[in-house]
Design a protein around this ligand. Structure first.
Ligand code: CAA
Length: 257
């Protein structure tokens, strides 16, 4: 399948998706959304694929929603079309997606990275919600996800001033899981994704769902949800295999059942 704005390649069990509008610093326009939705649906449906990596260029993961596309829109068009609601579909992908961020991840770019399951940052990464400088605000979940990820003080400061956060600060704040040398970013992300893709598929889905629940529910509901999913995994053949493999001191062989 050929896409206009992204490149998609399979590296073993890992789908590597690269935003490919470098002339616009990977600004997210309607075509990027359409391409991402198609590629991620194909990834989710493909049993040979266990984890995806979403990345951009060396200079920019994505410098935001496409300002030129939005510039002339009015309230009626934005509200009427529920602009940006399509991105929520990305968060419904059941298999994990790692954002591998080098360079700018601003506005919608930062929000897109935060929609992924975790962010690996190159040492060149810069995160920000600079929409206020355009007299608007985050519109793809940034005020909510950034606040949950790094807390109110930093999120409020970033949204109100538009200042950027470098990779070291983003790691200290808990926005990214790790920092990697820029030259090693893709290799490291694919390696991490390969590790995840090597786990029992139902356990991967269950672990992703329960960590997501921590973002979306209160503590007692979240713990209850986790426990029920944990119980559910004892109905899988892979749980029997995983525990037998541990006792027999050998690697597990997964069937996805
Ligand atoms: N939308 C459309 N085009 C963009 C863009 C964006 N978000 N960001 C960069 N571009 C384009 C520039 O217009 C420029 O195109 P031309 O060559 O045709 O002029 C090209 O990409 C290269 O950009 P610059 O020349 O500006 O590159 P730079 O190195 O001087 O600066 C930058 C880099 C600091 C990231 C700067 O491009 C910038 O500030 N970009 C906008 C960042 C921003 O405000 N993002 C938020 C957008 S709104 C949003 O995302 C809403 C939401 O919540 C969903």
């Amino acid at each position: 399948m050929n896409y206009e704005t992204i490149l998609v390649e399979q590296r073993g069990p890992v789908t590597l998706i690269t935003l490919n509008r470098s002339q616009a610093l990977n600004a997210l326009n309607a075509q990027v959304l359409a391409d991402l939705l198609t590629a991620l649906a194909a990834f989710d449906a493909d049993n040979s694929q266990g984890c995806a990596v979403l990345t951009g260029s060396e200079k920019a993961f994505a410098a935001g929603a496409d300002i030129k596309e939005m510039q002339t829109q009015g309230f009626a068009e934005m509200y009427g079309s529920n602009h940006f609601s399509g991105y929520e579909m990305l968060t419904r992908t059941r298999k994990p997606i790692i954002a591998a961020v080098a360079g700018y991840a601003l506005g919608g770019g930062c929000e897109l990275a935060m929609m992924c399951d975790f962010i690996l940052a190159a040492d060149t990464a810069k995160f920000g919600q600079p929409e206020i400088k355009l007299a608007v605000s985050p519109g793809m979940g940034g005020s909510q996800r950034l606040t949950r990820a790094i807390g109110k003080a930093k999120a409020m400061e970033m949204c109100l001033t538009g200042r950027l956060m470098d990779a070291a600060e983003a790691e200290r704040a808990g926005l990214v899981s790790r920092i990697v040398a820029a030259a090693d970013l893709i290799e490291d992300a694919v390696k991490t994704a390969t590790t995840i893709a090597g786990m029992a598929p139902l356990a991967v889905k269950a672990n992703k769902e329960m960590v997501d629940a921590a973002f979306e529910t209160g503590l007692s509901m979240g713990v209850q949800f986790e426990r029920r999913l944990f119980h559910g995994l004892f109905g899988t053949a892979d749980q029997k295999e995983g525990m037998a493999a541990f006792v027999e001191k050998r690697p597990g062989v997964w069937t996805g059942k």
